[in-house]
Design a protein around this ligand. Sequence first.
Ligand SMILES: C[S@@+](CC[C@H](N)C(=O)[O-])C[C@H]1O[C@@H](n2cnc3c(N)ncnc32)[C@H](O)[C@@H]1O
Length: 236
Amino acid sequence: MTEDDGWNSSAEAWITEQGEEGDYGRRFVLDAPMIARIEGRGFRTALDIGCGEGRFCRIMRGLGIAPTGIDPTESLLARARALDPKGDYRAGRAETIGQETYDLVVSYLSLIDIPDIDTAIPKMVEALKPGGTLLVANLTSFNTAGPAEGWRRGPDGEPFFTIDHYMEDRARWVGWRGIRIVNWHRPLSRYMSLFLGQGLILRHFDEPLPQGGAPDKADRYRRVPYFHIMEWQKPG
Ligand SMILES: C[S@@+](CC[C@H](N)C(=O)[O-])C[C@H]1O[C@@H](n2cnc3c(N)ncnc32)[C@H](O)[C@@H]1O
């Protein structure tokens, strides 16, 4: 967003929330299946769009990939550089990526943060070499169609999750533990038609289940759709 989207004022709380190993969803749901999509595939270069404080770039470097991370939030980039002084972290937005030739482009929970998705997705594809891979982890549209507070209690006291206005694109403020940021909701068809419109081929789709962590948290991640992973290939 050109106006404030909360990321600058939330950066410190975000860094605390992620810690060394990432928050619950990253550590116990997404990291393992995301790593499984890239490990041993021969990717040499990668662009991580919305890299934040750089945790997934550090993971990629550990797998022998040379990643470049871009993010518009300076204090997150400063943290990424401090934790990984040899890494390549640049100020930038998905909407203004230049033409590049990466083997792999990653968006790890950043599509929901990008305001101009119609510009950003073609730019992500432009940044890939022919035959390259676009790997996306996103909050599902079923989840982002929930109100910011998500869970409610029914008359019987049982918690349930509500969604509404599913087909309407919208930005909303969400907050937890000192973080207050804008997230975008778009129906799944918005994202799918943008990827398909770029001529990409869908190679993998998954809604990963939690693997461990606190049982009550895992139960919530099983009851409600949270994340999906999509791997798209740019035609060679
Ligand atoms: C939910 S965080 C994800 C960070 C990191 N990928 C991770 O998984 O920890 C979303 C990130 O998107 C960044 N962001 C916000 N607007 C953006 C834009 N227009 N283009 C690229 N990144 C953006 C934010 O600064 C933030 O670091």
